[in-house]
Design a protein around this ligand. Structure first.
Ligand SMILES: *Cc1c(COP(=O)(O)O)cnc(C)c1O
Length: 471
């Protein structure tokens, strides 16, 4: 809709390719061609893609059990990289053979294992190595960072966040406010989309900051909104916040490994993320945290542990804190080697390419999904109304990552069930959203093609069911 630079539009690119080949945009051959030409296609081989027969919701009478499932759920839980198991085995062997000596021996000395992979992580978020730590879970890191950044005063005491932030972020903010004995209603500034709209307009975010900035202590936004898939303009939000003297932090749960990030260059004050979504580290994986270099000697952790002590003297046990500068001082406990293994395996796959290359594929892949949804499932403007889908996610590629969030004119739960029976793995969120995330690391154009075919079957099945019920 608001596409200005025509040559970056995925629809145009797809149209050009299809017409050169003499295919229609709906032709299966187009999907196969795009996969064939995909320079990142080899990366799918780095992952275990579940078979339809192993998906517990499959109705075996409706599918070919030997096929791979159509996995479009990397926004919720990324697939297992094939090297996770051997990496974990290596560490278990080391433990079996040398016990405590594993702390300072081998490829990933346990006492330093987080630091062994932190440069791989820093590259993905556009940060310097010393600005990133791998520790804890996401919500824990958010709390630890808020404890340092949220220091309310009489004049500046509010936290600005999205009205529909992820529950954990909402609760974290509420409890941080209560910790200071303040009133949640007065201190939490919630940003709603305009009436009748599903996503926030950048101009509205910036004007709220402009109008209320003097009383805002911290602006906490997501990078990519978990429900709508909207990608926020982090650079502009950071700049606007700083102009008003606010700290600006981001929850990057749905942005990391999905879109290009330049946390250092954007001047973001702090950020945190989990690693089990687009970063494929497995459920409950090791989370990340970013603290900008400019704060490395001024912003200190509120809660400390021995792992924040400078490595050189940490084990002297003299109980006089020599705090590591920056985010490393925020580490409290020693790192979990088994969680480092899975994250290491995944980050190495990312390291075979760049976020730029992944993003380029992602824009085309999601654009392909968008155009097929619009072609087959748009609301008709004339004649009898067929069931239709609506895309909540912005159509401007600069305002979205790989995920599209859909609503349907039919009961969402029924559509979801019919998809699940037929080998599609995606995610339904109340009240009425279906989140579809084609991930450029391991999804193919043919996955998207199959999804669209199956969605057609699912919708037909739901219609048939409801007609039966009416009779
Ligand atoms: C996934 C997600 C979380 C989950 O938090 P954990 O601490 O990892 O359980 C929190 N916030 C957002 C925005 C998320 O998308």
């Amino acid at each position: 809709m608001s596409m200005t630079t025509t040559h970056t539009s995925p629809l145009e690119t797809l149209g050009d390719i299809a017409s050169q080949l003499g295919y229609s945009l709906q032709d299966e051959k187009l999907a196969l061609h795009l996969d064939d030409q995909d320079e990142l296609k080899h990366l799918r081989q780095c992952f275990h893609v579940p078979k339809i027969k192993d998906i517990p919701t499959t109705d075996k009478s409706l599918v070919n059990e030997e096929d791979d499932c159509v996995y479009l759920c990397g926004n919720s839980l990324g697939l297992l990289p094939k090297t996770v198991k051997p990496y974990i085995d290596e560490e278990l062997d080391k433990w079996a053979k040398m016990g405590v000596h594993g702390h300072f021996t081998g490829k990933r000395p346990w006492a330093l294992c987080d630091e062994c992979i932190v440069d791989l992580m820093a590259t993905i978020v556009g940060a310097r190595k010393e600005e990133v730590a791998l520790m804890n879970g996401l919500s824990v890191n958010l709390h630890l960072q808020m404890l340092s950044f949220y220091r309310p005063t009489k004049e500046r005491y509010k936290i600005l966040l999205e009205a529909k932030a992820f529950p954990s972020d909402h609760y974290a903010v509420e409890s941080q406010i209560r910790l200071h004995g303040l009133d949640v209603g007065k201190s939490m500034l919630l940003l709603y989309p305009r009436k009748g709209e599903d996503t926030l307009r950048t101009e509205d975010i910036l004007s709220v900051i402009e109008e209320n900035g003097d009383s805002i202590a911290v602006i906490l936004f997501s990078g990519v909104q978990y429900y709508t898939g909207q990608l926020f303009d982090m650079e502009k939000i950071t700049e606007a916040g700083h102009k008003k003297g606010c700290f600006v932090g981001f929850d990057l749960a749905h942005a990391v490994g999905n879109v290009e990030l330049h946390l250092h260059d954007w001047g973001v004050d702090f950020a945190c993320w989990c690693s089990y979504k687009y970063l494929n580290s497995g459920a409950g994986g090791l989370a990340g945290a970013f603290l900008h270099k400019k704060h490395s000697n001024t912003i200190k952790p509120t809660l400390m542990g021995w792992w924040g002590h400078d490595f050189k003297t940490r084990f002297k046990m003299e109980n006089e804190m020599e705090l590591s500068p920056g985010i490393n001082g925020f580490r409290i406990s020693n790192p979990p080697i088994l969680l480092v293994c899975s994250l290491h395996a995944s980050l190495e796959v990312f390291n075979q390419t760049t976020m730029k290359a992944l993003r380029k594929k992602s824009i085309l892949l999601t654009g392909y999904l968008e155009q097929l949804i619009k072609y087959y499932f748009s609301k008709s403007t004339e004649g009898p109304q067929k069931p239709y889908a609506k895309i909540l996610t912005p159509s401007n590629v600069k305002e979205r990552g790989c995920q599209l969030s859909l609503t349907f004119s039919l009961p969402i739960k029924a559509v979801f069930e019919e998809l699940e029976k037929r080998g599609v793995v995606c995610d339904m969120r109340e009240p009425h959203g279906l989140r579809i995330a084609p991930v450029p690391l391991y999804n193919t154009f043919h996955d998207v093609y199959r999804f669209i075919q199956i969605l057609g079957q699912a919708i037909a099945a739901v219609e048939k069911r409801s007609k039966h019920q009416c009779q």
